[in-house]
Structure formats: structure tokens, C-alpha cells
Design a protein around this ligand. Structure first.
Ligand SMILES: [Mg+2]
Length: 201
């Protein structure tokens, strides 16, 4: 299968590094658990997107981001059976650093697809059987772009815990909520076996 894999908060544990940068700069004390909405910080003094753009240009910060626990090990296992597409919406300025970061941690991938400046992660853009992402809207855009195809996997974070809009997808096993990379791997392998047995996908 073709697996689309987001970078920030899926492979790269970006938020702790980002918050260290923001808290240092603005003398704030924003914590990971405080971020309970996507693209929003609980502080009027800090513009989320301005600071994302600023840190994206700072190679030393971007390279220092740690991997999400279990992501390297399970990506290597997945790459033995599947075609891996990195699907990231990071700024243009961060793309070379992102690729360097992926090589630094030895992540396997077959393709890198930048989805930036309002490009949605739809099937015509990413062409994947499964998309792993932490932003609920990305998963909805992806599933709505081709109703006959696609499975979404959301890695749990404080900003994606409102499941109201995706309840039906979850109930129909079109979206899976995972709590770590070991669970992501197991679900993909079970979907893959199901596909060979003629189920959806
Ligand atoms: Mg992300």
C-alpha cells in the first residue's frame, strides 16, 4: 500500500522544541497540554503562524527536534511492505532541513510531497491508501476527496481530541485513533491483510 506520513507531531516531536523557542522568546510558560486547538496558542502575545515561520528558518532549532517515540523503528518495519510518502506542509524554507532531519534519524521514505500554502492533502495531490496525520482537518479533506478510497490514522495529541466531526468515520473504521507508533504499525498491517482478503481499500 501507499502510506502518506505527516512530519510534525507524527515523526518529529516538534511542539516541545517550538514551545521552548516561543517561551524563551516571549517569557511565557505555554505547555504541550495547553494546546488543545490546532494552529492556536493560549497566549495573545504570540502569533502562532508568525512564530512557526520564524523557527522554520532557524536550522539549528529545526535539526534539534527529537523523533516521536517508536516512529523510527515502526517506519522501518512499514517500509519493508509499503511505499512511504512523506507528506508535509512545512514552509519552503524548512524543506531542505526537513529532508536532512529525516536522513539524520534514518527514516526510510520513497517520496517527499510538499503540501504548502493552502494545498490540501487530497487524493489527487498525495495519492495514498492511508494518511497518518495529527490534524483532523487534513484527514477529513483527504477522505472527502475520494469517498471510495482511503483510511485515516490520527495520532492522539491534545489538539485533536474533539472527535465529534469524525465520529461516523471512526465508527465505520475509516478513521483510527492511535496512541503510539506501535499501534499505528499494527493497524496498518491489519488493514493490509484485510485488503488482501478483499475488504475496503
Ligand atoms: Mg502534523
Amino acid at each position: 500500500m501507499k502510506i502518506g506520513v505527516d512530519v510534525d507531531s507524527i515523526l518529529a516531536d516538534f511542539i516541545p522544541t517550538f514551545l521552548e523557542y516561543v517561551n524563551d522568546k516571549h517569557d511565557t510558560n505555554i505547555k504541550y497540554e495547553d494546546i488543545n486547538h490546532w494552529d492556536w496558542l493560549p497566549c495573545d502575545l504570540v502569533d502562532f503562524w508568525d512564530e512557526i515561520e520564524n523557527i522554520s528558518k532557524l536550522k539549528s532549532w529545526m535539526i534539534s527536534v527529537q523523533p516521536i517515540k517508536g516512529s523510527i523503528f515502526n517506519m522501518k518495519k512499514l517500509s519493508l511492505d509499503h511505499y512511504i510518502k512523506i507528506v508535509s506542509s512545512r514552509y519552503h524554507t524548512a524543506i531542505p532541513t526537513t529532508i536532512e532531519w529525516l536522513y539524520k534519524w534514518d527514516y526510510p521514505f520513497d517520496e517527499y510531497i510538499p503540501t504548502i500554502f493552502g494545498v490540501k492533502k487530497t487524493q489527487d495531490v498525495i495519492d495514498c491508501d492511508i494518511l497518518i496525520d495529527d490534524r483532523t482537518k487534513n484527514i477529513i479533506d483527504y477522505l472527502n476527496s475520494d469517498h471510495s478510497r482511503g483510511i485515516g490514522i490520527i495520532l492522539d495529541h491534545p489538539w485533536n481530541r474533539d472527535h465529534d466531526k469524525i465520529r461516523e468515520f471512526i465508527d465505520n473504521e475509516i478513521i483510527y485513533i492511535c496512541y503510539d507508533w506501535y499501534e499505528i504499525y499494527d493497524i496498518i498491517q491489519s488493514i493490509s491483510r484485510g485488503r488482501r482478503d478483499g475488504k475496503r481499500l
